[in-house]
Write a protein that binds this ligand. Structure first.
Ligand SMILES: NC(=O)c1ccc[n+]([C@@H]2O[C@H](COP(=O)([O-])OP(=O)(O)OC[C@H]3O[C@@H](n4cnc5c(N)ncnc54)[C@H](O)[C@@H]3O)[C@@H](O)[C@H]2O)c1
Ligand SMILES: O=P(O)(O)OC[C@H](O)CO
Length: 358
């Protein structure tokens, strides 16, 4: 009999803990998988006790997913290298700002035949340009990496409210395995052969969410927010196509990771909520994150900065007025009302390939 596959999870925040619930239930029904699911927990002290000990004793991540029990086969471990060392399937789900440090920690500890999937919504910036999380993970670990993203507010999924998600995977056989680990009656997975299209959608929608929050903070209505969602969606597609048009399928934007995630994030996400507070209180995003999120992390305002550094360095700001305005409101003290400046952009000539105008 061949040895069983083992899945592990790197990250135990709000989404990481919710994903752990799903995966840990699914592996018990998959004969090819070991039942134990190790999860790496960034160790911290909660009410005088280590978070790993609380999770392993009470089977609940009381800080990041309170009120939802984790299956008993989820085992919290504070050492990331220990978590990955015998895993065949590695689920990476941490805030994107911490990815490189985590990868450096586990470098050399993974199995050569392991594969990974990124649930992270974020991008990286380097001298070479913009990089996706799967590209960053692949560069360090040299294993195949897929992506998962969708209209997925973690708390709603933990309550088992029906939703969809998208897996981007280039190998059809691997896609089947990843789907078997995530799919449930309430969490419907669709697989597409477009790894980076899925993750560009997941990362860039967080910038649009910040814009939607500004609209709510200004007390404007649904029509205004719909306009921001529409323009934001088109700027997302334009930027993704500009960077990697040849590799991205236009149809990906119509999956859960695309249009559906933009909608849910602009109504129910943390980035939206804190952007509303930003306008109402005048406090910085970092201050609001500390005051209101109890350790959870925002991705949107960081991604707005990363996107800006890319489009500014290439002199294409005029093609992305909404992303530019959101950046300037977040970082340069521009008034929230300036979000409407120069938004009358023509997207009608955007095609599959990078726009010649860019
Ligand atoms: N929460 C959601 O609804 C949701 C849904 C889909 C995707 N995502 C994405 O999933 C990713 C992870 O988000 P989340 O919601 O699980 O996390 P979170 O924001 O709820 O929690 C933050 C996590 O970061 C950890 N952390 C703090 N400092 C750290 C450090 N220095 N190094 C490493 N880890 C550190 C904390 O322990 C905690 O686990 C993000 O990219 C997010 O956009 C989140
Ligand atoms: O709470 P947010 O803003 O990080 O968004 C959560 C999810 O990404 C929505 O799909």
């Amino acid at each position: 009999m061949s040895p069983r596959n083992k899945v592990c999870i790197l990250g135990s925040g709000n989404w990481g803990s919710t994903a752990a619930r799903i995966i840990a239930e699914n592996v018990t029904k998959l004969p090819s998988f070991d039942n134990t699911v190790k999860i790496w927990v960034y160790e911290e002290i909660v009410d005088g006790k280590k978070l790993t000990e609380i999770i392993n004793t009470h089977h609940e991540n009381v800080k990041y997913l309170p009120g939802h029990k984790l299956p008993h086969n989820v085992v919290a471990v504070p050492d990331a290298a220990e978590v990955v060392k015998d895993a065949t399937h590695i689920v990476v789900v941490i805030p994107h700002q911490f990815i490189q440090h985590l990868l450096d920690t586990i470098h050399g500890s993974t199995r050569p035949d392991a594969r990974a999937i990124s649930l992270i919504k974020g991008i990286g910036i380097s001298n070479q340009g913009m990089t996706t999380m799967t590209q960053i993970i692949h560069r360090t670990l040299a294993i195949p990496v897929s992506s998962l993203s969708g209209a997925n507010i973690a708390n709603e999924i933990a309550e088992e409210k029906y939703c969809e998600t998208t897996i981007g995977c280039s190998d059809p056989d691997e896609a089947i395995v990843w789907r078997s680990l995530f799919n449930t009656p309430y969490f419907q997975v669709n697989c597409v052969n477009d790894v980076i299209g899925v993750e560009f959608c997941g990362a860039l929608k967080n910038v649009v969410a910040v814009g939607a929050g500004f609209i709510d903070g200004l007390g404007l209505g649904n029509n205004t927010k719909a306009a921001i969602i529409r323009i934001g969606f088109l700027e997302m597609r334009r930027l993704a196509m500009h960077i990697s048009g040849a590799q991205i399928q236009e149809s990906t934007f119509m999956e859960s990771c695309g249009i559906a995630d933009v909608i849910t994030t602009c109504y129910g996400g943390r980035n939206r909520r804190l952007a509303e507070e930003f306008v109402k209180t005048g406090k910085s995003m970092t201050q609001l994150e500390k005051e209101l999120l109890n350790g959870q992390k925002l991705q949107g305002y960081l991604t707005a900065g990363e996107v800006h550094s890319y489009i500014d360095s290439r002199g294409v700001n005029d093609h992305f007025p909404l992303f530019t305005n959101i950046y300037q409101i977040c970082y340069e003290g521009k008034p929230p009302h300036s979000i409407f400046d120069g938004l009358n952009v023509d997207f009608s000539n955007d095609t599959r390939t990078p726009s010649p105008a860019l």
